[in-house]
Design a binder for this molecule. Structure first.
Ligand code: VG1
Ligand code: CO
Length: 543
């Protein structure tokens, strides 16, 4: 088999965003768009020769074709072994698990996560490093730099490989190992959680519904909840991964997981509901007629961590992304452990986890995780919640209300304005930043501005700096209003506005967040001049 050196021209838009490179499927389908990016990854990784790469994706449209191209390019770029999930499938947390368990050099995840799939929608490629986590900015910037100076890519002239049967084959000098995408991950979950206690819960009168939204967690959820824990068949719905996710957004929130939300808010609701996203790293937690905001979820899990065997010794520290509410900070203070505030994106947690400075971390965007891997982990969060429910014998609502009564409630909502024009998005951020220096000390809608700044982060472990990570306003009463542009979209710009307000009085903790936060919401719209500039009267998505 011959290694072909195919001449190519660089593309100018291959800079990875918050989580890998995401583009429309039709962009990736145009040879050599994917080829160039894969070559850039290989070029940016000195020392990968002879090493192991883990490869798989969330099953979205173009997954299988991309796997074949990457296998042939990996062989031509001297990787020693590729561990590919059967059918080309792996969830993001499973890739992280396998990288760590097999001491791989890194992994490639094919997913655009919660973005929709299908010929008209999105595809993505993400590189993870040897700790199992998303490549840090130093690596993503090196990949981008490599993509700009490509003159050729290398690919083996070979037939497609059978990726549907487990076992080993050779591709040139490289070994291809087709492996069960679920087993290593499920085994890790069995080590972390008390599966006997969880089985007792799920085999009793307790009723649970897990909606895999036709994305990657279906096979994992069937195996863990129904097979290993003995939950009744039918506990997991939409469990077969489909290339277009059945036409929906594989995004676990009240808007896109509407069928699940409707069921949990119905008269005959099950006790517990959960969903995850395209690549299985996000989670949404619902109780009977009750929605848990992701920021609260992190705080509750941290406060209750010792209910779970793997965390029985307590937590070293907690980290949250900057726009995530400060509910976790209050718990950290009570526990006497540090709490870190990082920029948005899981890659910023990697160093803190590796250094043993944190045990749990999370993001307001339905992401929660721990030091068991280096990615957020949807099913882990579900198992953690079930463990707490089993331990206390209380409902989700009772657990969260008791948490608020003890630590205070952080009312929280995020409003997304999707598909603005890139120019308008940039203009709004620019105009906001220009107002910021004069805001401190002013009283707006009843809140006095304590500080207003452009968030810059210095990694406490390696000292690396990341600038312009979002515009944040902090008020003297602890409220916050934050603005940032999304780094995962593929069309125009998405502006996210995050609102947070602290309520210590239990008598005032049962309001609808949209109502409790209405003044801050109006302020955010006013400061961005949303309606004047875009005509938009309401956000596209509220979470
Ligand atoms: C969004 C979320 C962020 C998350 C990222 C990747 O990024 O806000 O918290 O880490 O998606 O999640 P952005 O830049 O669009 O706000 V996933 O599940 O799409 O890998
Ligand atoms: Co995801």
């Amino acid at each position: 088999m011959k290694v072909l050196h195919i001449p190519t021209q660089p593309f100018s838009d291959q800079r990875p965003g918050t989580s890998g490179l995401r583009k429309k499927v039709r962009v990736f389908q145009q040879t050599p768009y994917l080829h160039n990016f894969i070559q850039a990854i290989c070029d940016a990784l000195p020392g990968h020769e002879g090493q192991t790469l883990v490869l798989g994706g969330d099953g979205r449209y173009f997954n299988r074709e991309a796997v074949q191209i990457i296998l042939k390019m990996a062989a031509a770029n001297d990787w020693g072994r590729v561990i590919v999930g059967r059918g080309g499938l792996f969830s993001t947390p499973a890739v992280s698990t396998v990288i760590r368990a097999r001491h791989a050099f890194g992994g490639i995840i094919l997913s655009a996560s919660h973005n929709p799939g299908g010929p008209e929608h999105d595809f993505g490629v993400k590189y993870n490093i040897g700790n199992g986590g998303p490549a840090p900015e130093s690596v993503t910037e090196a990949i981008w730099a490599a993509s700009k100076v490509l003159s050729a890519y290398r690919i083996l002239d070979a037939a497609d490989i059978d990726i549907d049967h487990e076992g080993e084959t050779r591709l040139g000098a490289m070994t291809v190992e087709v492996s069960n995408p679920v087993s290593e991950y499920a085994a890790l979950m069995e080590r972390l959680f008390d599966f006997n206690a969880l089985a007792r819960l799920l085999q009793g009168p307790f009723r649970m519904r897990f909606d895999a939204l036709h994305a990657i967690t279906g096979p994992y959820a069937h195996e863990i909840f129904e097979k290993r824990l003995g939950a009744p068949m039918g506990t997991v719905v939409n469990g077969t991964p489909l290339p277009d996710f059945g036409g929906g957004h594989p995004d676990p929130n009240l808007v896109y997981a509407k069928a699940l939300a409707d069921e949990l808010f119905s008269a005959d609701a099950p006790d517990f509901g959960a969903a995850s996203d395209g690549d299985g790293d996000r989670n949404m937690i619902l109780g009977k007629q009750f929605f848990v905001t992701p920021s609260d979820s992190l705080a509750v899990l941290a406060a209750q961590a010792t209910c779970i065997p793997a965390y029985g010794g307590g937590l070293r520290g907690i980290a949250r992304s900057m726009p995530t509410s400060q509910a976790a900070d209050v718990v950290a203070t009570a526990l006497g452990i540090p709490c870190f505030e990082t920029p948005t994106g899981w890659k910023f947690f990697g160093n803190l986890l590796d250094a043993g400075r944190i045990t749990f971390c999370g993001e307001e965007s339905f992401g929660t995780g721990s030091n068991h891997i280096r990615e957020k982990d949807g099913l882990w969060a579900v198992l953690a919640w079930l463990s707490i429910i089993a331990h206390h014998g209380q409902s989700v609502a009772e657990i969260v209300r008791a948490h608020w009564a003890r630590y205070g409630r952080h009312y929280y909502t995020r409003h997304d304005y999707e598909e603005l024009s890139t120019e308008v998005g940039a203009q709004m951020m620019h105009a906001l930043a220009a107002q910021f220096p004069i805001l401190a000390g002013q009283t707006l809608v009843g809140h006095t501005v304590e500080s207003a700044d452009d968030f810059a982060y210095t990694d406490p472990v390696d000292g690396s700096q990341s600038l312009h990570q979002g515009l944040r306003m902090r008020f003297t009463d602890g409220s916050r209003l934050i603005f940032r542009l999304s780094g995962t979209g593929t069309e125009g710009a998405t502006l996210r506005i995050y609102h947070e307000q602290y309520e210590i009085d239990p008598a005032r903790q049962q309001q609808d967040p949209q109502r409790a936060l209405r003044d801050l919401i109006a302020l955010g719209r006013g400061l961005t001049r949303m309606e004047a500039l875009t005509g938009r009267k309401a956000p596209t998505v509220i979470t």
